[in-house]
Design a protein around this ligand. Structure first.
Ligand code: NDP
Length: 326
């Protein structure tokens, strides 16, 4: 496994990591989740991604039981949670980025995941109803208490991240050092352009990128219709089904040409699509998702494809997928 530094921090994260969205506590049986987490760890993955909102907290409960039973050395893995969407408690203070919810969400994640600290704790979305200074101070305090090691954001604009940095610099608080954005062949603007000024400026910016396969679009399997066992048939994800099959029809039409390049390179489209994310050195880790072990095995093979992504191949992929907007 290849490791990369998380931005300018001293943390080494495996280039491929593994996340629980849709699957743990929802789409897949707990036994399958156990098989997958072990396969990821055995394959060299050292970062497991989770959130209070995944299956209303059940994804963390399932992952926590597996981590507890596995008894892996704590130094050998990183685990995250994210706060914003809330868990199964739906009252007014059960979501958002207030000091109360950030603190209680951290405590709940520690209990569910059965760990003494979260390696990474993300603000899952910006919260316009809470002053950013309140959130920064709450995150700083959790770090000072040893409950969180690094904090970051997910899908915040560059301006929102910069505002948080300025508050932290002014008040000498631990600043956000990592962002979790969507990034894949069809979704590039933020990582490649909007965040560009943030990577080298203090305190740096690591990226743990999500949906490298655009929820399966970049596997080619939706070109023949929606398979009955895919996430697009999971109850509550009708919005995702519409997005993949209707709103993104133009993208779907470009997938076969990408698959042809994968075949030329003697690999598969999922491997090519994951390797493409890693070709960007600003990507600290690509968070994989999988609902079955064969998928995970296939996607972990992406590292072998990385050396085949020459500038010429990358330019051909740009020509099909569409380069980032200028
Ligand atoms: P992907 O875009 O890679 O989608 C993964 C899904 O695609 C799998 O669950 C599976 O779904 C299908 N799939 C995966 N590999 C293959 C394969 N080789 N062949 C065929 N189908 C395959 O990633 P995710 O959207 O799952 O995102 C990864 C992680 O990122 C999440 O688990 C979560 O931790 C994080 N995330 C963070 C978000 C945020 O807002 N911060 C938002 C979304 C995700 P199926 O069951 O349909 O086969």
């Amino acid at each position: 496994m290849l490791h990369r530094r998380l931005g300018q921090t001293g943390l080494q994260v495996s280039a491929l990591s593994f996340g629980a969205w849709v699957t743990f506590g929802n789409q897949i049986a707990d036994d399958t989740a156990r098989t997958l987490l072990h396969a990821a760890y055995d394959g060299g993955v050292n970062f497991f991604d989770n959130a209070e909102g995944y299956a209303d907290g059940r994804a963390e409960l399932v992952m926590g039981r597996i981590l507890h039973d596995a008894r892996w050395p704590r130094a050998s893995y990183l685990v995250s949670s994210k706060v914003f969407f809330g868990d199964d408690y739906k009252g007014p203070n059960g979501r958002g980025l207030s000091r109360k919810h950030v603190t209680e969400a951290c405590h709940a994640a520690l209990r569910r995941l059965q760990v003494e600290h979260l390696d990474l704790f993300f603000c899952h979305r910006p919260d316009p109803t809470t002053p950013v200074a309140e959130t920064c101070r709450a995150m700083h305090d959790l770090i000072a208490q040893g409950k969180v090691l690094y904090w970051g954001t997910s899908e915040w604009s560059a301006a929102e991240i910069q505002a948080a940095r300025e508050v932290c610099a002014r008040h000498n608080l631990h600043a956000p050092v990592v962002e979790q954005p969507q990034y894949n062949l069809f979704h590039r603007e933020r990582v490649e352009r909007e965040y560009a000024p943030l990577y080298d400026a203090e305190p740096g910016l690591g990226t743990t990128i999500w949906s490298p396969l655009a929820s399966g679009l970049l596997t080619g399997k939706y070109n023949a219709g929606v398979p009955a066992d895919s996430r697009l048939t999971v109850k509550g994800l009708e919005w995702l089904r519409d997005r993949v099959t209707t709103d993104q029809a133009d993208k779907l039409a470009r997938v076969p040409a990408l698959a042809a390049i994968a075949a030329e390179l003697d690999t598969t489209l999922p491997r090519l699509a994951v390797a493409w994310c890693l070709a960007n050195p600003r990507v600290s880790t690509v968070i994989l998702g999988a609902s079955r072990p064969e998928q995970l095995r296939e996607n972990l093979g992406a590292l072998d494809v990385l050396p085949r992504l020459t500038p010429e191949v990358l330019a051909r992929l740009d020509a099909i997928a569409g380069p980032v907007a200028t």
